[in-house]
Write a protein that binds this ligand. Structure first.
Ligand SMILES: CC(C)(COP(=O)(O)OP(=O)(O)OC[C@H]1O[C@@H](n2cnc3c(N)ncnc32)[C@H](O)[C@@H]1OP(=O)(O)O)[C@@H](O)C(=O)NCCC(=O)NCCS
Length: 163
């Protein structure tokens, strides 16, 4: 297995379409609270607007030969992006600075999990987020029922701020 890690530009996000759609279906399969909300979530409704609205984006894809087998997407956005009618992501007053960092989407194809790819992509994303001196808060939003991911992030040092 020869894996290549590639940082891609905002213009190249089409590379993430299939895996982003797999991620949404995966999250729906795990969810026990309103799983139907995922029916409207896909590459066009989630990743495209998110990349457009963020101030900075960082997207890494992993290729096994020509096949894309994983991606991670992080961004820096104004905190108000997370205040909307869909849900309360976090208490805006708990964040002092104007912008927040977020590891927003993360997906490794099933047969490639548990061999360190996720940890490498996680570390790359954290290193990228840490360069922004004006960003104090880093969030990861884990959908309900995805306990494996929640535990993965907790082992990496994240803590639960709210349900
Ligand atoms: C969550 C996810 C990104 C983690 O990626 P991953 O590639 O499986 O992660 P890693 O392989 O780095 O780490 C997983 C475990 O494998 C272990 N591991 C790492 N390298 C290993 C190796 N060479 N051999 C055996 N085990 C290894 C790690 O120690 C880790 O154990 P831990 O979780 O108990 O600490 C991945 O499971 C995934 O894509 N899940 C589905 C989508 C999802 O839930 N996304 C998150 C949305 S918020």
């Amino acid at each position: 297995m020869e894996l290549n890690y590639e940082i891609i530009t905002d213009e190249e996000i089409e590379n993430c379409r299939d895996l982003c759609n797999e991620l949404m279906a995966f999250q729906k399969s795990k969810a026990h609270i309103t799983p139907e909300l995922f029916d409207h979530m896909n590459f066009d409704t989630r990743m495209v607007p998110s990349v457009k609205n963020a101030i900075h984006n960082y997207i890494v894809i992993v290729k096994d030969g020509e096949k894309i087998i994983a991606y991670v997407y992080s961004n820096v956005s104004p905190k108000e992006v997370y205040s909307n009618s869909f849900t309360t992501f976090f208490d805006l007053t708990s964040v002092r600075k104007k912008n927040v960092g977020c590891l927003s989407q993360f997906y490794i194809k099933y047969e490639y999990r548990q061999c360190g790819i996720g940890s490498k992509l996680f570390n790359m994303s954290m290193d990228w987020l840490k360069q922004f001196d004006d960003v104090e808060d880093h969030f990861i939003f884990v959908s309900n029922g995805n306990d494996n991911a929640l535990e993965f992030y907790q082992r990496k040092g994240f803590s639960v701020s709210h349900d």
